[in-house]
Design a protein around this ligand. Sequence first.
Ligand code: ADP
Ligand code: MG
Length: 314
Amino acid sequence: MKVTVPMPSEFDLIREFFTPPNSRPDVRLGVGDDAALLAPPAGKDIALTADTLVAGTHFLADAPAEAVGHKCLAVSLSDLAAMGAAPAWVTLAVTMPRVERAWVEAFCGGFHALARRFEVQLVGGDLSRGALSVTVQAAGLVDAGRGLRRDGARAGEDVYVSGVLGDAALGLGRGGEAFRRALHWPQPRVELGLALAGVAGACIDVSDGLLADLGHVLQRSGAGAEVMRGALPLSAAYREILAQAGWTAALAGGDDYELCFTANPKRRAEVAALAAQLKIPLTRIGAVTDGRGLRLLDENGNALAVARAGYEHF
Ligand code: ADP
Ligand code: MG
């Protein structure tokens, strides 16, 4: 039984804002029925993920609506990228205290623009009244048995991270257009995730901070790692303030939505070629070891205490 009270203009809203044209042959039936009907191609596994973004916790209550629409989808596409999956279908549940058309329109502008960019089809969802929050469920397709997992890291592999770390976390505290942009407009590494299938040992997206997320890979893989702090990729804007800001944003800041992955050292040339081809920096930051846990080394090779293991929600 359904317990949420439908919003007054729910059906008009859905028709106007949440019913994009069908753009995929594997969608038999999209928005409008009791459920979507999807036709996954043979030989593919489905990667499935859900995330809730709560106003005040996961996005600033005064964040631009267009950015909220972008980000709620971007975080799910980032999860699919980390699995090496091509995004295909998405559902969207929005809870709002009241219907503000301008907010909904801007929100959908951000959401649909990103969906179009990656050919992911919105196939259903829900609208209800309550404190502002957004839940996105996204499904992607990956060749059967080839999904990238957290448990595939092996001692001796290199550890890489894409892009730069820490800018989004700095965007929470400071001004600076580049930092704010990183916080509000994360770019999911979809193409990179697809290219890493067959190259990476393990992969994860960095959403809660590098130390926490690489820690998950190590725990699931039963391995350890050494990471060189001085090798972490930082933006020019971050480098400028590194002396005051310190390394915390890069190590434990969260909201980066970069990919952290491991790969056999024999594949260094391949990884470098990928970076050049995709025009995404892929930086080697350390190595997987057969110990347990993560050792962080300073610029002189001395072990640093790993105090903050990243952002935790509870
Ligand atoms: P139900 O009562 O079966 O849950 P709803 O009245 O909630 O159906 O929704 C009607 C149709 O609109 C369904 O197909 C549902 O998936 C879709 N829908 C509802 N809200 C959204 C949304 N925010 N985004 C996309 N589709 C939505
Ligand atoms: Mg419903």
